[in-house]
Design a protein around this ligand. Sequence first.
Ligand code: 13P
Ligand code: ZN
Length: 285
Amino acid sequence: MIGFKHPLKCVESLAPITRLCWEMGWNEINGGNISWRLSNEHIDNVLKQIVKIDEDFIKLSKPQPTLDGEYFLVTGSGKYFRHAIEKTDEVFGIVQIKDGGNSYQKIWGFKGGGKPTSEFATHLTGHSIRKRQSKGREEVILHCHPPEFIILSFLMPLDSSLLSLALWKTMPECIVFFPDGIRVVPPILPGTNKIADASAIELEKSRIISWSHHGIFVSEESPDAVFSLVETIEKASAMQRKIIAAGGAKQTISLQLLRELTDATENIRVCDPDILIKEEKKSNL
Ligand code: 13P
Ligand code: ZN
């Protein structure tokens, strides 16, 4: 996998990370999907290599006017992350959003007649919101099924503050790398506009959401950054799950230490930890 080469530079950097997600146990069978809103540099590289573009415009189930003209590298529906290296042009495809955000056009990949993931409506909704909220910084969205994280949605109340605080109190890295916390979406049928609409509300507040009893959905600036964030959350979730299974914590990282971590990392944090600020106010009452 190291040294994987591909004429499309975006594919060269996304395919090995995609395969690594499977190795981590986050993407069984066709589970999960990944999409990348391509920068101008990547688009130039793609357009130089493409000889023929599919002429059809395919309607989006949920129009995305703010993404009109954008290019996305995205996994195909029903494709396996495990095959990302050997069957790259089947597992991935590139599309451009057209027609004022009402349709897309296939530019590359989806060999054998594939199409973008069944979660494309949520990916595009997520890109639209997170592009605005991050002022263009975030480009990659990963949805996967990390087991320890999913287990917490069976063991804990489905509550954004409780989940975020539990993980922050487990491992010092957590509040530093996801001060926006994790926002919980209730169980909803996958692959629908309904899950996209429910996710949209939470993605306004955080780049990380939990699809209860199903998986995680995370937005970040690069394939490497999105992987690292899920890796951190999954490790903290595993520790938290073991703590719960052992009968609960005797002590945890305190609110005081969370505040010190927050203040000491002001220059690298993506935002202020709103959930901690609310908790501090409550504990002072
Ligand atoms: P796709 O194969 O359509 O990407 O679906 C996988 C998945 O995880 C749905 O939530
Ligand atoms: Zn899924």
